[in-house]
Every structure is written in C-alpha cells, then in structure tokens.
Design a protein around this ligand. Structure first.
Ligand code: NOJ
Length: 569
C-alpha cells in the first residue's frame, strides 16, 4: 500500500477524484444501537485510507424522522443525536483529513422535513402569513378547498399535495413529510447560504446538492390556473417552462452559492444531483459560475454493452470539456439496485432502478439473478470507469462486490417509495442494508453490540464481508484497492485516445501516461487488439478472477469474456 499524500491546497482536487459514498446509517455502528453513526465512520478511517479513495460523500446525517432515509431534514446545522454530535462530526472530519481524505456533505435544498422549525411555524400561522410563504401553500379547489390544487403526483407516488385542514394544501414533490420550500422567498436562500458557511467553516470540502434542478416553481396562486399533470408532462423541459422541472433561474441561485464556495481557500466544491432531460441541460449545472460539477448517471442507466458505453463516454467527455468541468462516473448509489445485481439480470436489457425493482417484485432473488455473471460484469465495468478521465463515484459495499438484498421482508422495509406504492415498487432498502465487516457476530461486525441492524443482513453477506475479502487476492476488495492505487499513479491529463480493437464488443483506450484499459463486453474471449499486443505493453491488472491477484502476469493473447485489463505501454 502506498503512503497517502497529505491534503494539499490544490483547488482542482475534485476534477479526477475517486469519491466513496457513505450512507451513514448503514456503514458502521459504534454506539451499538443498530444504526450506523459518525463515530463508526471515524473508526473505519484506516479501511477508507487503505481503499485508496480521495474523498467521501456522506448522505444526510442531520436530525430527521427518517421518513426518507434522512433526506427529510429537521435541522441543517446539527447532527442526528442517534448518529452523534457536532463534536463527533469534527473528530470524524479531522480523522479523515489526517488520512488525506476530503469530505463532501449532502445539502437538501428543495424541501425540509415537516418537523423543521419553519414548517411547524407555517402550520401554526394563518394563510397568507410570512411563515407559510416559505413553503408552497395553495388554496384547494372546491367550495371549501376540499380538493387538491392540482392532480400532480409526487415522485414517490400518491398525491403531491397535502391538506392542512383550513382549505390550504402544501406541495411535496416527494413524501408528505418533505414539504417543498418556496425559493422565490429570499429568506430561504439566506438560510441555505448560512448553512453552506456553517459546514465550510467546520472544514468540509464540498457539497452534493440534492435534486438541484427542482428548486424554483412557477405555480399560480389561483388553483384554477394551475396546469394539470398531463399539461405539465407535455412540456419540453428544456424550454424552462415546466412549473417545477429545470427552471433556468436556479442557476442564479447557485451563482450566489458559488460566491460562498469561492470565498474559501481552497474553494469549496459542489456536485449537482440533477436528473435532467439531456446531457446539455446537465452541463449547465456544471458551469463554473453554477455548482461546478454535475452527476452523470448515463452509465448507471445503460446496459453492459460496448456501444452504449462508448457513445455515453464520448458524449459526456465532450460536454464536460465544453462546460469547463470534469464529468462524474457512477454505477451505483443509495437510490438504485446495486450494479452487480443489475448486470446479473437475464436478459440484461432493462436495467436501472425500475428494471431492477421489477425483477425484485417478481420475487426473483436467488434464482433470477445470475450472481456470478453480474459480479464479473460489475468488476469489469467498475475498472473501466476508474480508468476514465473525470471523477469516479463508488457506493459503499460495491468494493465488496455486494449484491442487492432482494428479498427483504416487507415488514422491515423503510423506504417511502415502497410504503407509498405497495405492490408496485419495492423501494431502495435492498442497497441500504448495513455493511458486513466480519464473517460472524450479531450484525457481521456492523455494530459494536448484539443489537439487530436497522435493516436485516442476509446470511450470504458473511462471505462478502471485509474480513472474508481482506486477504484474498482475488476478492473484489483487493481488486478495488489495487485499481485505486494504480489510478493514483497513472492518473494524468483528462484525455483519452480510443484504440482500434477490430471487434464490436471490445472497447480500448489509452490515457496520456500510457495507461491502457481494454474491456471485452462479450461473453467469449476476444483477441487482444493489435494496437496493444504490438506495443510491448505490460499487464497491470485484470478484473477477472484468473489474474485478480496483484502481481503482473504475462500479457495474454486474448481478453477473457466480460473482463477489463489494464496495461501500461
Ligand atoms: C435524491 C436522493 O438521492 C434520494 O435518496 C431522495 O429520496 C430524494 N432526492 C429526495 O430528497
């Protein structure tokens, strides 16, 4: 393991960082109450350092009733007491920084929780008050306002409006415990600027901005004038005329955030989570006078397919260059079915969250998923991603090759997408099951006591635990460690040159340092492209079990099926 570099004042650290997403409630539980916490993260800093990442992104750890896994925030400037205290946060941050790891925290600006001080004040105040003006309250339709202002549906299913008992309704584009804020009200932005300064002053390095495209709304006061769902759906979002999606004014808000980020040394960074209608729209969030970077989910939504991968890579590299940013690559996060499982669905087509949820609903678990094939493809795809120019994001547990837990008992499920859609969507809990750290024990090392973890771990988690994989050179953990170490050594300019492979299912490219990555998406072995075999390149690493160990093997004449090889030449 190479020594970690000390954090430098490099303002561009984010451009090609390897960022590891921690879902705090499911990472490590130091207090032993069944819920992961900040001390648990601090205790695992050595693990994170050995993994070789540049930064962690923490999903929300703020006080919350957990109506949406913490994305329902009661107080943006505190820590959930079950997860620790602000002092624990400072200690965790210091330990991560000491290990050379930067910290990105999650900011949720579209909605607060219904327990937030502002929302409680709004409910206690009359129609037309300043307190209600911080949210999106509208009169209901019907004589006494007994009908919702419109027929809009929330993203989690069910109506997007909730009555408060006096003829008014409030908008919630997600769960009813997540009232949408009114971003036309300057006080709302002032409050968030204060929050950004609060965490920046504490030393956080950057922010992940939740549903960054949704903040602004254009919703008439008169409910009769509010357009229907069908009318809203028919609007081309790129025009900026949808009542809440992709309204261009959000970039003016983010320009004010940028001033805060740039007032620190090094400037704080931000990455937008914005599921928008086109890569071009996404690039607007990545401009240096907006948030600066924007999640690119295109590969996460793609099949394990060479043509799809190549066109997505080409398009996103071109777009990020034009915006002056770097792109972000990601295959898994806390909202989607884990990629080892998606790639194991047969047929492979129709992956992504919906496809995966569909499979889960059909009761597929063990026999519907080709677990080995899925993991093999996942390892190949992850290595390809890590070799690309730009930022690479990984989600806790993917470095262990974890699969989705498809067969969670309905009684243990917590996700509002499940609770609001019984029988339709099983929700996102299957990728949020606590990490297995050891082969045995009550919670496979997740908790310090015998307390049951907040989501039950299946028995098969034991063989993918950190303990089981730690010293196994063929494990996915060993592969990630070695790949991230090599990435650190070989990373150079954000350039990529495609190499001729002579085979449809094979993609190969070279980075300026001579780092070559070649992926065979087909099931059968394919000849190593001549451009590589004739260059005298040295084999560095393979995603396949055959040469998973860390010592370079002889350059093979062919690339095994569903495998990525890294070479240097
Ligand atoms: C996106 C987050 O990733 C997701 O987990 C959450 O449910 C929604 N935003 C609402 O905040």
């Amino acid at each position: 393991m190479t020594d970690r570099q000390i954090l430098t004042a490099d303002a561009d650290w984010w451009r090609q960082a390897a960022v590891y997403q921690i879902y705090p409630r499911s990472f490590a539980d130091a207090s032993g109450d069944g819920l992961g916490d900040l001390r648990g993260i601090a205790d695992r800093v050595d693990y994170l350092r050995e993994l070789g990442i540049d930064a962690v992104w923490l999903s929300p750890f703020y006080p919350s009733a957990l109506a949406d896994g913490g994305y329902d925030v009661d107080d943006y400037r505190d820590v959930d007491p079950r997860l620790g205290t602000l002092e624990d946060f400072d200690a965790m941050l210091a330990a991560l920084h000491e290990a050379g790891i930067r910290v990105i925290v999650d900011i949720v600006p579209n909605h607060t929780s219904d327990r937030h001080r502002w929302f409680r004040e709004a409910l206690a105040s009359p129609k037309g008050s300043k307190e209600r003006g911080r949210y999106v309250f509208r009169d209901g339709r019907g004589e006494k306002g007994e009908e919702p202002p419109s027929d809009w549906i929330s993203y989690f299913g069910g109506p997007a409006w909730e009555p408060v008992g006096d003829g008014q309704w409030y908008l919630h584009l997600f769960a009813k415990e997540q009232p949408d804020l009114n971003w036309d009200e300057p006080e709302v932005n002032e409050e968030f600027l204060t929050t950004l300064r609060f965490w920046s002053d504490r030393g956080v390095d950057g922010f992940r901005v939740d549903v960054a495209q949704l903040l602004l709304k254009d919703i008439p006061e008169d409910p009769q004038q509010i357009m229907s769902k069908a009318e809203a759906d028919a609007i081309d979002r790129t025009t900026g005329e949808h009542p809440f999606e992709e309204r261009p004014g959000v970039h003016e808000i983010y320009a004010t955030w940028r001033e805060v980020f740039d007032s620190y040394d090094p400037p704080r960074t931000a990455v937008a989570e914005a599921w928008v209608s086109s890569p071009e729209q996404r690039a607007r969030f990545a401009r240096q006078d907006s948030l600066g970077q924007s999640f690119n989910f295109d590969l996460l939504e793609a099949d394990f397919d060479a043509e799809q991968f190549r066109s997505i890579i080409e398009k996103n590299l071109a777009i990020s260059e034009a915006s002056g940013s770097s792109t972000t690559w990601v295959l898994s996060n806390h909202d989607v079915v884990r990629h080892a499982t998606r790639y194991g669905l047969d047929p492979v087509a129709g992956t992504g969250r919906k496809g995966g949820a569909q499979w889960l609903l059909e009761g597929g678990a063990a026999d519907a998923v080709r677990a080995d094939a899925g993991l093999r493809r996942a390892r190949a795809a992850s290595m390809l991603l890590m070799a690309l120019p730009g930022c690479t994001y990984m989600y806790q547990g993917e470095e262990l090759g974890l699969h989705e837990v498809g067969d969670l008992d309905p009684d243990s499920r917590q996700d509002p997408t499940f609770l609001r859609n019984p029988g339709v969507d099983v929700g996102r809990d299957g990728c949020r099951v606590p990490i297995p750290w050891s082969r045995g024990g009550a919670s496979l090392g997740f908790g310090e006591t015998d307390a049951a973890p907040h989501l039950p771990q299946p028995e098969w988690f034991a063989s993918s635990s950190v303990e089981a994989e730690d010293c196994d050179p063929a494990s996915t953990l060993s592969l990630y460690r070695r790949a991230l170490e090599l990435r650190r050594i070989l990373q150079a300019d954000e350039e990529l040159e495609w190499l001729e492979t002579g085979a449809e299912g094979v993609l190969a490219f070279r980075r300026p340092s001579g780092w070559v990555s070649v992926t065979n998406f087909g099931a059968e072995p394919a000849p190593l492209p001549e451009a590589i075999s004739e260059s005298g390149a040295e084999l560095l690493l393979s995603s396949g079990p055959e040469t998973g160990e860390q010592t370079p093997a002889e350059v093979p004449g062919e690339v095994p099926g569903e495998t990525t090889l890294w070479l240097r030449g």
